[in-house]
Design a protein around this ligand. Structure first.
Ligand code: PMP
Length: 423
């Protein structure tokens, strides 16, 4: 700040930052790509929503209270004792070779037989999204994405000035015919579709899972049209019945980039995710990763690697699944019992989220302040669309609160919705 003369500051003193709340004397210097980087309009409400008296059905934080912290603690101290000089050093830009081999084992249950050379370790799968967007997107290029879609992906796409075209979903996930139509419409307009971004399993925020048959259909449609698929799969091992849907990447190694993460199966604090990409793409990804972080953190990677080799990580995933299933059952039971007629919602078979849609005429963003006053919070549906849709919907997360708190939260929410319907 100190290096800029006061006169320059005064020149732009009237500038208003993207939050609209503070003066920003740098506003005329930011790159165009920052114009889409706006703070969430509901961020200030979430500060209130984090108070203990509010039941937050808003956040999607993994429930790491299910992790044995003593086990993690001894793993970390052993790591420093035995491999401290490696764990605290820079490492390879592509990621630790042993961890990349282990990642190939982790992907086997979803039917993916990848080669460690094609795996790139990333700082969470969020960095993978950033890298993929960086290497593929020029301003104005089109990305197809489900309607609704993961908010963190949308903000990355926006920051690279991509044009997101949403494609309809239903309770069985992305609708193949709509994918075909979207591709035809975009291609007819002469624009380039760089990829289809999809979350086939236990979707964030919609809670639905793409059927096996539709996976095949969508793979076929994208192959015919030459559209790359980016398959984002952080929840794939968290199916409540223990079912692990087959990844799209399993059936098309050249046409799909697969994204995985240890955030939901171990702990998000390590920030370890990965991509499995066609060989040529992998090379570009590593170059892009090196230019942004040099290498993923060695300490986190080795911690995850030790955890995978020395602990019953599959047993822990099973424990997580059970914990989330109990909470999901609590939410669905409460919705069945308490929601007013006219509201409808998805019935997830895994993951963290339920997508609730209210009767016509209601607006979940406008309703949020009243919900927070009634001590319950959710994320309004518009956050998950690039084009302003979703105003009748909201995302409810069942991953964090206890079953009792979930039921109480849904009760409070139902009250607010009923009051809103009477207005
Ligand atoms: N993709 C999806 C669909 C997600 O829900 C999340 C986290 N909520 C991410 C990617 C990013 O996860 P991480 O960076 O922690 O791996």
């Amino acid at each position: 700040m100190g290096q800029y003369p006061d006169a320059q500051r005064r020149n732009t003193a009237a500038a208003v930052s993207s939050t609209g709340s503070k003066l920003d004397s740098y506003v005329d210097r930011y790159a165009t790509r920052t114009h889409g980087m706006t703070a969430s309009e509901v961020r200030s409400l979430f500060a209130v929503a984090s108070r203990p008296e509010v039941v937050s059905l808003a956040g999607g934080m993994p429930n790491i209270s299910g992790l044995p912290l003593d086990v993690v603690g001894s793993l970390l101290s052993e790591l420093i004792e035995k491999r401290g000089t490696t764990a605290l050093q820079y490492g390879s830009g592509q990621g630790d070779p042993q961890l990349r081999e282990q990642i190939c084992d982790v992907m086997r249950p979803v039917g993916v037989h990848g080669h460690p050379d094609d795996v790139t370790v990333t700082v969470g799968s969020q960095q993978a999204l950033d890298l993929i967007t960086r290497i593929f997107i020029d301003p104005g290029d089109v990305i197809l994405a489900e309607a609704p879609s993961y908010v963190g992906a949308l903000s990355t796409f926006r920051s690279y000035q991509a044009d997101v075209v949403h494609v309809e979903m239903d309770d069985d996930g992305l609708v193949p015919e709509r994918v075909r139509q979207a591709i035809a419409t975009v291609q007819a307009s002469g624009r380039t579709i760089k990829f289809l971004y999809t979350i086939p399993n236990y979707h964030n925020p919609a809670g639905v899972t793409l059927t096996a048959q539709r996976r095949q259909e969508i793979l076929g449609i994208c192959q015919d049209a030459g559209v790359l698929i980016v398959e984002d799969d952080p929840y794939g091992l968290l199916g409540f019945d223990g079912d692990v849907p087959r990844a799209m990447r399993a059936d098309d190694p050249e046409g799909v980039i697969y994204l995985g993460s240890f955030s939901k199966t171990f702990a998000p604090g390590f920030r370890v995710g990965w991509t499995l990409a066609p060989h040529a793409v992998r090379e570009k990804l590593v170059l892009a990763a090196e230019s942004s972080v040099l290498c993923p953190p060695a300490f986190s990677q080795l911690a995850v690697s030790e955890y995978l080799s020395g602990h019953d990580w599959r047993g822990q995933v099973k424990a997580f699944r059970e914990l989330y299933r109990e909470r999901c059952d609590a939410m669905l039971g409460a919705l069945d019992d308490l929601m007013p007629a006219g509201a409808h919602w998805t019935r997830p078979r895994g993951g963290f989220y339920v997508w609730l849609t209210l009767p016509a005429g209601l607006d979940t963003k406008a309703m949020l302040p009243r919900a927070v006053t009634n001590r319950v919070a959710y994320v309004p549906g518009t956050a998950f669309y690039a084009d302003g849709f979703g105003s009748r919907s909201m995302r409810l997360s069942f991953c964090y609160p206890t079953p009792d708190r979930i039921r109480e939260g849904v009760r409070r929410l139902a009250q607010v919705i009923e009051q809103e319907m009477e207005l």
